[in-house]
Design a protein around this ligand. Structure first.
Ligand SMILES: C[S@@+](CC[C@H](N)C(=O)[O-])C[C@H]1O[C@@H](n2cnc3c(N)ncnc32)[C@H](O)[C@@H]1O
Length: 195
């Protein structure tokens, strides 16, 4: 079994529901910052036509592989090292990219580079789906998110919730336009951009 925080486990089903609606079938997907591989493992049973390639920072790939090796050994084999701050060794082979709860953890500079990596990883027509707590039209979507943002920035001023409109601009620089925005549990959002 893939271990994860209880909140992450609660949000996994609604995330899969959006992925089911949005992803082409079949589809080759790269995930950025997979953590312990919760979504990769769930997708392996619930989205059988999605070839899921999880990734993590190089030093965390062994943990990701170990976590997935029992629940989804074939997905564990596809795990690859990806630090968004470094060029991806890839030539636009993916139909989709997905990342969950990463943009507020990465520095703001790394968020810019995450869009560089999405650009490198994906083909024309691809979708990028990004899940997390965002600032929408200049407002937090909840008091809890505002507190969470303050907490992150006190810990490290380069972390923090991102403005969705800023992410739209980064996406546009790579030829992506936002096609959908889903309200998700716990005042999170799932933004979908398509190229
Ligand atoms: C809050 S965790 C989310 C993990 C997983 N996506 C989930 O939802 O359970 C944030 C993840 O972002 C990854 N991360 C942080 N900086 C990164 C970077 N520069 N490149 C790639 N991943 C990064 C971390 O290693 C961590 O696994």
């Amino acid at each position: 079994m893939v271990t994860c925080a209880p909140a992450a486990a609660r949000n996994a089903s609604p995330i899969l529901d959006v992925l089911k609606r949005e992803l082409p079938n079949p589809c080759k997907l790269a995930e950025i910052g997979s953590g312990t591989g919760l979504h990769a493992a769930r997708a392996n049973t619930e989205l059988p036509l999605v070839e899921w390639h999880p990734s993590e920072l190089p030093g965390l790939v062994p943990r990701l592989v170990a976590s997935l090796s029992e629940a989804a050994p074939e997905v564990a084999e596809r795990a690859f090292a990806l630090d968004v701050d470094e060029p991806a060794d890839c030539d636009g082979e993916f139909d989709a990219a997905f990342s969950c709860n990463t943009a507020h953890i990465m520095s703001s500079d790394s968020v810019v580079r995450m869009f560089d990596r999405v650009d490198e990883l994906t083909r024309d027509g691809a979708k990028f789906l990004l899940y997390g707590p965002f600032i929408l039209e200049g407002r937090y979507t909840s008091e809890g998110n505002e507190q969470f943002d303050r907490h992150l920035r006190a810990k490290d001023p380069s972390m923090g919730l991102r403005k969705l409109e800023d992410l739209d601009q980064l996406a546009a620089l790579k030829g992506f336009a936002r096609s959908r925005l889903y309200g998700m549990p716990s005042n999170n959002l799932m933004a979908v951009w398509q190229r």
